[in-house]
Design a protein around this ligand. Sequence first.
Ligand code: GAP
Length: 457
Amino acid sequence: MGQKYTMEEIVTAAKVSGFIYQGSEIYGGLANSWDYGPLGSQMKKNIKDLWWKNFIQMNPNNLGLDSSILMNPKVWEASGHVGGFSDPLIDCKECKQRFRVDKLIEESTDEDLVVDGWDSKQMIKYLEDHNIVCPVCKNFNYTGIRQFDLMFKTNMGVLEDESSNVYLRPENAQGIFVNFKNIQRTSRKKLPFGVGQIGKSFRNEITPGNFIFRTREFEQMELEFFINPNDPKDWFGFWQEEINKFLIELGIDQNNFRVRKHSDQELAHYASQTIDYEFKFPFGWGELWGLANRGNYDLKQHQDHSNEDLTYRDPQDNSRYLPHVIEPSVGVDRLFLSLLVNGYHKEELEDGQFREVLKLSPKVAPITIAVLPLVKKLSDKALEVFKLLSLEFNVEFDFAGKIGKRYRRYDAIGTPWCLTFDYDSLDDKSVTIRDRDSMEQKRIEIDKLVNYFKDLI
Ligand code: GAP
């Protein structure tokens, strides 16, 4: 079951209003690359700030990190990414189109089938048994399955040979693991503690698509939470609850997300337990946020490959051990798309006209308040209200066009409140606040605005 509105409607709304543009558009674009416009970049920043606040700033156990994208290639050998981070690929011999076999199978059925973890034989058998033809030319004539490497490779320095190969990181997590010792030593943190990072990741995806759902360049917000393996507290459950609270704080309707547990076959080689928070996109349920118990896999791998002692000395009994890790990991772009889908509505008004409204939480809406002088000649005075509010909030000032049209524009870009400065404002030192969702209006004194909005947000 998908959503009420199509992806096309969501993508059009996002492009038209300036949230997202096609990447390199004036040169005909670059496949599946997207640029976040003025509204999109502000909203993305708000999402990241809110994550940082909830997962780092307000948690006494957690710290932040900003590690580099390019790392010693040995990092990726140790983590298992070099030679092991790939997707199964198949070609149609008739029309030469290329597909990710697991997605080809999953998309051929309405069942909630998860093919991750199947071997090539199982996938070929499924294609044959269910006669899954090429979605493009409708023939059944495929090559065998090959593994396609997802790592983006480049060269560092002047030489372009094997010795200068480096990779763009495919996840943030490894930057955290390789810094575990530094962080623990310099912060003097005791277990349990977490290290979080927000940053770009790169994967040479075979089938990017669905707008910003799956791209080759994307941003992740990852937390690696280090624990004593004998800690009786259910930290996996704790972080599951934190994810849940965060999604609700963002205003995501509880009917739009669900939890799916990975089967044993599907589990990644490093994980002993994984769940995905899935979101109901217009094209069906899709992974939004992963929560994994990575055990001590990563620290052990890095310890073995670097010959550095990465163990932790327990202050209770001086024993040394490798901590275990619980990892909540979410893509910023996917969360962004979820918020667009969750918030997008078309409503019929009493006069028979339609309005587009993006019901975004004030915590992430790119513009929190629009200050609108009723007519242009009230601009100077209205600008004083803008100046007052812009010290605290993201505010836009707009005097162009009829007031009704301006309301419509701010509804469509998710601005929770419009303030209208009219002739009466000159005398009563008050403005009219219009609420985006209810469209109700009320009068409030200018002096009280800052506290009024602080309370609301
Ligand atoms: N460190 C664990 C890790 O990277 P993952 O499930 O591969 O796990 C975590 O990625 C999250 O990153 C996903 O749940 C998704 O939100 C986001 N993500 C992964 N690949 C992506 C892509 N190609 N485009 C956009 N977001 C992606």
